[in-house]
Design a protein around this ligand. Structure first.
Ligand code: M6R
Length: 364
């Protein structure tokens, strides 16, 4: 049941500290501050290329993973949505690793993409929440998020738990390839182990986010911006708002805004900016100035340092706890979920069962 929550989605948002803790406990050893995967039927050090394929929210976790794998493990990663990948005759060098991400393990396009990768002699791994699923059965390796059932059609805890596993996967590949030293691995393991309590801190800020959600209900369009790993977060924030509140929303790479969407910005346009104080912060901040100069209503998600460093005047800020930038995508998911949730609740839409959507898309 929903316990004392009004919706399954709300309950699932609040389950995140626990389920991410459970999921991480399979991979992270807090005593030795190391990260390890289960034994694999192939050698990670020999993998020359990674292909990650998924749909919807799971595709957004794949995009975050691309940044992590490239930066930490210095390996080439290609990411695609399953409905495109399966039909485009992708050239996959033998011995590559193909990873399929799916909460349900049943999404038709992702399963077809998996079968294609198998026919191309890839090592096939899946990251699923449902271990008894078609994808789990057909893969060479199964990685699992330990979320329990996700009932809300809008994916929340499955997304952040996918990110947690993918972070561990990236560290493991980095170590196999000799690209990470013990000290950095220890820092990252600690940062990951602290994620559940940091999420609990963000959840404590729900009231402020609820008020912002209420302020969005009459918006016609909402733009989400981010750079680096915050770019896929912008895509995910926009997807959540669309599917829950039926408000048109678009996620954009902050630096790409001036190549088109800036034409949309006027004083009616809320712009949500995902901007932890990381190495790209200054770049994002200058894009935000361009939005402000055109009257856009900026809602900025950042940490204390980012909020202090930002020179412009935003409509509102959502302050996130300090964290290693590596784990920021997991933390910044939470306010994006809550914002979409509260906008929808104030609009009166069906949060757990949005119109036209199914939890599991088993037809193409
Ligand atoms: O079960 P899967 O992860 O394969 O599902 C993929 C998408 O259908 C799913 O993430 C969808 O985009 C959600 N409704 C997003 O909240």
């Amino acid at each position: 049941g929903k316990g004392n929550h009004r919706h399954f989605m709300h309950k699932e948002i609040y389950e995140q500290p626990a389920v991410i803790g459970d999921t991480l406990s399979t991979f992270v050893n807090p005593a030795t501050r190391t990260v390890a995967l289960q034994d694999l039927p192939f050698d990670l050090a020999e993998v020359s290329r990674v292909t990650i394929v998924a749909c919807g929210t799971s595709f957004h976790s794949a995009l975050v993973a691309k940044y992590w794998f490239e930066k930490l493990a210095r390996i080439s990663v290609e990411v695609d949505i399953a409905s495109e990948f399966r039909y485009r005759a992708a050239e996959l060098p033998e011995g590559g690793l193909a990873l399929f991400i799916s909460q349900s393990g049943e999404t038709a396009d992702t399963l077809a993409a998996l079968r294609y990768a198998k026919s191309q002699k890839q090592h096939v791994a899946v990251l699923v929440n449902q271990p008894e699923s078609s994808m789990a059965r057909e893969a060479d390796v199964m990685l699992q998020t330990l979320c329990g059932p996700e009932i809300g059609v809008a994916s929340t805890k499955a997304f952040t738990a996918q990110l947690a596993v993918l972070a561990c996967f990236a560290i493991a590949v980095a170590r196999a390839r000799g690209k990470i030293d013990t000290q950095r691995e220890a820092e990252l393991a600690t940062a990951l182990a602290e994620v559940p309590s940091r999420i609990a801190e963000v959840l404590a800020d729900e009231e402020a986010i609820e008020a912002l959600g209420k302020s969005l209900i009459d918006a016609r369009d909402v733009l989400y911006l981010g750079r680096g790993t915050s770019y896929p977060l912008a895509l995910e924030g926009a997807l959540k708002l669309k599917e829950l509140s039926y408000i048109h929303a678009e996620g954009y790479a902050a630096g790409e805004m001036k190549h088109g969407p800036i034409a949309l910005i006027d004083d009616q346009m809320p712009v949500i900016v995902v901007a932890p104080h990381d190495e790209l912060f200054e770049k994002t901040a200058s894009n935000v100035q361009e939005v402000l100069a055109r009257g856009g209503k900026v809602i900025m998600m950042s940490d204390a340092a980012g909020i202090a460093a930002f020179p412009g005047k935003t409509l509102a800020t959502i302050r996130l706890p300090d964290c290693d930038p590596f784990v920021a995508p997991i933390l910044y998911s939470i306010p994006l979920q809550l914002l979409a949730y509260h906008t929808a609740v104030h609009k009166g839409t069906d949060v757990d069962q949005p119109r036209n959507l199914a939890k599991s898309v088993t037809v193409e």
